[in-house]
Design a protein around this ligand. Sequence first.
Ligand SMILES: NC(=O)c1ccc[n+]([C@@H]2O[C@H](COP(=O)([O-])OP(=O)(O)OC[C@H]3O[C@@H](n4cnc5c(N)ncnc54)[C@H](O)[C@@H]3O)[C@@H](O)[C@H]2O)c1
Length: 258
Amino acid sequence: MAGRLEGKVAFITGAASGIGAASALRFAEEGAIVAGFDLNDKFEPDWEEATRVASRSSFATGDVRDEARIREVVGEAKQAFGRIDVVLNSAGVAGGGMVHMLEEDAWDHVMDINMKGTFLVNKHVVPVMMEGGGGSVINVASVEGIEGFMGGSVYNASKGAVILLTKNMSIDYASAGIRVNAICPGFVDTPLLRATFRIEGAKALEDQIRAAHQLGRFGKPVELANAALFLASDESSFVTGVALPVDGGYLAGHRFTG
Ligand SMILES: NC(=O)c1ccc[n+]([C@@H]2O[C@H](COP(=O)([O-])OP(=O)(O)OC[C@H]3O[C@@H](n4cnc5c(N)ncnc54)[C@H](O)[C@@H]3O)[C@@H](O)[C@H]2O)c1
């Protein structure tokens, strides 16, 4: 049986780790050619497995804030594989702090990677999709782009912006056959999350956040990858402009005991 992404070319940022790497693997398992892009080439096992499973793959280092590098790498992927059908914007960083204590360069760092980086990658991939007659753009936002989180400030602002960018792009590119959606992960067990809890150094906070998911646990990267796979595939042919929570019930509401 043909895979759900048979013959499609997927360009994935943040491909070396976490949700990006898990998605690369699921996409490859379903027949996609995967072109990975990341700031570093310290790979999580999922990316290495993706390159083994995929019929063809490529990897390039670079920064989503660097437009010249993105133009170059997107051009190379088009040259190598002929087209780009799917882009998954998973490169991202955590960050935050109460506004009155947040340094301007800390604000710029998170905004430039999470928000501007998503814009820049889409800016260069979308024309390739248009030439190919359509495609699927998937931006990784967050539950924190939908509601607030104490101290979240710039991170929440960046992810809220990604959601509205997604909705706008879905309007602007529908006629070109390009669907544009966001996934909004709850808290997912990746290096990014583990680093966050290391900084906070707060076991009690970690436990409270885990419990705020109705399913009582953090997500696994593959659970986000499966949602990205749905949005990447033709199974979601009538889905565009959506910010899809994949969050174990985190946004469902509050649960009190006693
Ligand atoms: N893990 C979570 O709980 C969670 C929750 C909600 C949203 N998200 C979002 O999911 C996405 C993936 O996060 P993850 O948890 O897989 O994190 P991760 O740290 O495991 O992976 C992120 C990847 O992005 C890369 N990256 C960072 N800055 C970059 C840059 N400037 N240019 C290119 N690559 C860069 C990193 O090198 C890393 O490989 C992020 O956008 C994150 O904000 C994560």
